[in-house]
Design a protein around this ligand. Structure first.
Ligand code: ADP
Ligand code: MN
Ligand code: MN
Ligand code: MN
Length: 367
């Protein structure tokens, strides 16, 4: 099997001819949602008569899912538009719209983790909670190997690849730069990008965002990543430990602060939050990957700048701890902290909700 997809090798000059056709006053809207796995993204398109001015102008829609229907289930699932972005693929005036999924009784569908996250965000609004999330991922060829790795073999050991420049140290930068520009065009709050420790492993950060904006923007950034990768014929793998052995896993470090933490004397509030997080370590581990902690087990080993999964730790400038206080923050006595436990395949709605409920809403373990 070739390492890039056949579709990516279709004639792009032909595509450009059609994309350049005028579309009158019409607006093409791509509805984006998370499917029943809670992990995969789906989309479909719809033509509107004119450009929507805001999210309220975008009609609800639905989809009928021929498989994966709950028992005794009748009818369609509803798509409720929640956040609008510009479409970097077909460009202005066209839109991408992130949707929540409701079932036929108009209740949040099982995969709809946004609903309760949003409730927590509303309850904690007065704290002005800010987040920044660092999404790591590995580019993977269609043959299932990390992109550009020697067939059936391994590249040289880790060391020269982190923030690497040059053909022997950096693999797939076209994709990273394309995704970066696509995010900026779309209006996704992308903070930056960098090459990671393992060859063909990369990171982008989304933030700083307030409240529910954080997970919404990260999900749209993931959609753009998968969509850009599709054009290049490779796959973005968000597994927390795609290659066993002496190779770094992929995380989704979550940086967090409240207004009080950011102000003079904020360290007291940072320490208070860390104390609460320590008491609920097991709960957070369950919330921090797609399968209740099972995926993260392979990543949080204590090696490769991680802490062990069953032991909570915190420290200044310590990348081997569960929670890290950046050196600068320690020096200033205020700012934010970084939760290093979330895995690359986490659901950012679940992660941010857990942090808000534990640190700000005073929730403690019931089990
Ligand atoms: P690292 O040094 O861990 O690799 P990065 O530079 O990759 O950190 O990411 C830092 C993240 O922290 C960014 O997403 C940024 O938005 C976020 N951030 C910065 N300041 C704050 C803050 N006060 N509150 C929450 N997040 C913040
Ligand atoms: Mn980072
Ligand atoms: Mn990183
Ligand atoms: Mn980090």
């Amino acid at each position: 099997m070739s390492s890039v997809s056949l579709s990516s090798q279709l004639d792009k000059v032909q595509l450009q001819r059609y994309l350049a056709l005028p579309q009158g006053g019409l607006c093409l809207v791509t509805y984006v949602w998370i499917d029943h796995t809670g992990e995969r993204l789906c989309c479909k398109n719809r033509t509107l008569d004119c450009e929507p001015g805001s999210i309220e102008d975008i009609p609800e829609w639905n989809f009928g899912c021929p498989i994966h229907q709950p028992e005794g289930y009748k009818g369609d699932m509803y798509l409720i538009p929640v956040r609008m972005f510009r479409d970097p693929f077909t460009r202005d005036p066209n839109k991408l719209v992130l949707c929540e999924v409701l079932n036929c009784y108009r209740e949040p569908a099982e995969q709809n983790t946004r609903f309760t996250c949003n409730k927590a965000m509303e309850a904690a609004q007065h704290f002005q909670p800010w987040f920044g999330m660092e999404q790591e991922y590995v580019l993977q060829g269609m043959d299932g190997h990390p992109y550009s790795w020697p067939q059936g073999g391994f590249p040289g050991p880790q060391g020269p690849y982190f923030c690497g420049v040059g053909a022997g140290r950096s693999f797939g930068r076209d994709i990273v730069d394309s995704h970066y520009k696509a995010c900026v065009y779309a209006g996704v709050k992308i903070f930056g990008t960098n090459a990671e420790c393992m060859p063909s492993q990369w990171e982008f950060q989304v933030g700083t965002c307030e409240g529910i904006e954080m997970p919404d923007h990260l999900w749209m950034a993931r959609f753009l990543l998968h969509r850009v990768c599709e054009d290049f014929g490779v796959i973005a793998n968000l597994d927390p430990k795609p290659v066993q052995g002496d190779w770094s896993g992929s995380g989704c470090h979550t940086n967090f602060s409240t207004e009080a933490m950011r102000e003079e004397g904020g360290m007291k509030f940072i320490e208070d939050a860390i104390e609460k997080l320590e008491k609920r370590h097991a709960h957070h581990i369950r919330c921090y990957d797609m399968h209740g902690g099972e995926d993260n087990k392979r990543r949080l080993t204590g090696a490769h700048e991680t802490a062990s999964i069953d032991q909570f730790s915190a420290g200044t400038a310590n990348r081997g701890a569960s929670i890290r206080i950046p050196r600068r923050v320690d020096k200033d006595g205020r700012g934010y902290f970084e939760d290093r436990r979330p895995a690359a395949n986490c659901d950012p709605y679940v992660v941010t909700e857990a942090i808000i409920r534990t640190c700000l809403l005073g929730e403690i373990d019931s089990d």
